[in-house]
Design a protein around this ligand. Structure first.
Ligand SMILES: *Cc1c(COP(=O)(O)O)cnc(C)c1O
Length: 372
């Protein structure tokens, strides 16, 4: 990982850098994909980069348990459980009801396989009370408070993972534009700040997949501001160190990127302007988790033309916007990067031996009846 991050502990749960590959069958010469589907050994997707920093902090604070949140089939809750197992932390997932399907079932079974404690709440409004009870239990068993990770792993600590991701990408490709889904916004905010630090003018087209009441541009702006403040503080400490090293006679070029970032970050405070925040609303459809015909078409095309597996909650909507813009000619002559945020690691073998009856009874109804 980049020197920029030596001030922020990481749990080293990711498999980085992720590759960049060319997508040559969708009718655009310079279309590429950043394969964050492979970001972890057991489980990939965009949450792993955030968990590197979140669990790094949890371990630095010597926490033993981690609480996080999501809907029943949450990718984030599963990613957290998988990474916690890797680092010997106990994962507690506080979940809200969601209509069941094959994906939800498989994610729940995998959480069980990696030893997470699963709690189903009647609704999101029950999260605070359920959290209070879980924190009390952790204090009894661990002798200290658990580390609490917000939904989607999104706060300034988690978003550091995507600052690092932008710097990683800058060494591989320098696109004119990046397409991502926008859920809790950690991916979006982290990339914006990281691209600025990398000195790139790359535009980020963040395609809305959650309701505007849940996340909008003011949230992204606030997250970018928090992230910049955090990085600036970390950089100031490190640039102080760098000066000390230089006084001791070590060459600045032993730390080329840090030198550059000290100049950039400290002297040109990397604030993100409102005009840099692009949120595409037109591909959202009726609501979070609700498919659209455009998303379905995009999923089908990526499968048929590129053998890339996507879904309709996040990645199908992002690629629907991308395909739309390719067709209108808006991207002619541009280098385009689709950032694949969806896990593609196959964990069928780990879930195969798990009997759903071993999950808490509240979850059993998720496994009855036929599903599509
Ligand atoms: C969580 C998730 C996202 C959204 O990322 P945010 O940082 O929350 O905006 C996108 N794609 C997939 C597949 C996800 O699981």
């Amino acid at each position: 990982m980049n020197d920029l991050f030596s001030n922020f502990p990481t749990a080293d749960v990711s498999a980085l850098p992720t590759p960049v590959v060319r997508l040559s069958n969708l009718g655009h010469d310079r279309l590429f994909m950043k394969c964050d589907n492979l970001s972890g050994e057991t489980y990939g997707g965009n949450k792993i980069r955030k968990l590197d920093f979140l669990l790094g902090q949890a371990l630095a604070e010597e926490r033993r348990s981690v609480i996080t949140y999501g809907a029943a089939g949450s990718n984030h809750a599963l990613a957290t459980a998988v990474c916690c197992r890797q680092r010997g932390l106990k994962a507690i997932s506080i979940l809200a009801p969601q209509e069941t399907n094959g994906h939800v079932r498989k994610n729940l079974l995998m959480q069980q396989a990696v030893g997470a404690e699963l709690i189903l709440c009647p609704g999101f409004s029950d999260f605070p009370e359920t959290t209070r009870q879980a924190v009390e239990r952790c204090k009894q068993t661990d002798g200290l408070e658990p580390y609490i990770i917000p939904a989607g792993g999104t706060n300034a600590t988690g978003a550091l993972g995507f600052v690092n991701a932008a710097l990683e990408m800058a060494g591989q490709i320098q696109p004119d534009v990046i397409y991502i889904p926008m859920g809790t916004g950690g991916t979006h905010a982290g990339l914006l700040v990281g691209l600025k630090l990398a000195g790139l003018n790359t535009r980020v087209e963040a395609v809305r997949v959650v309701e505007p009441e849940f996340r909008d541009r003011t949230h992204i702006q606030q997250l970018c501001d928090e992230l910049c403040a955090k990085l600036e503080k970390g950089l100031q400490d490190q640039c102080g160190l760098l000066e000390t090293e230089e006084r001791k006679g070590r060459e600045a070029d032993e730390f080329p990127l840090l030198r550059e970032l000290c100049d950039l970050g400290v002297e040109k405070n990397p604030r993100i302007e409102d005009s840099n925040i692009i949120i595409r609303d037109a591909f959202f459809g009726e609501g979070y988790g609700m498919s659209t015909p455009e998303a379905e078409e995009a999923v089908r095309l990526f499968k048929e033309q590129e053998n890339v597996y996507l879904e309709t909650t996040y990645t199908g909507k992002a690629t629907a916007a991308l395909l739309h813009d390719l067709r209108t000619g808006a991207l002619d002559g541009q280098t385009v990067l689709y950032w694949n945020t969806l896990n593609s690691r196959d964990f069928s073998d780990e879930v195969a031996p798990i009997d759903f009856h071993t999950l808490p009874p509240d979850f059993h109804s998720y496994f009855s009846g036929e599903i599509v």
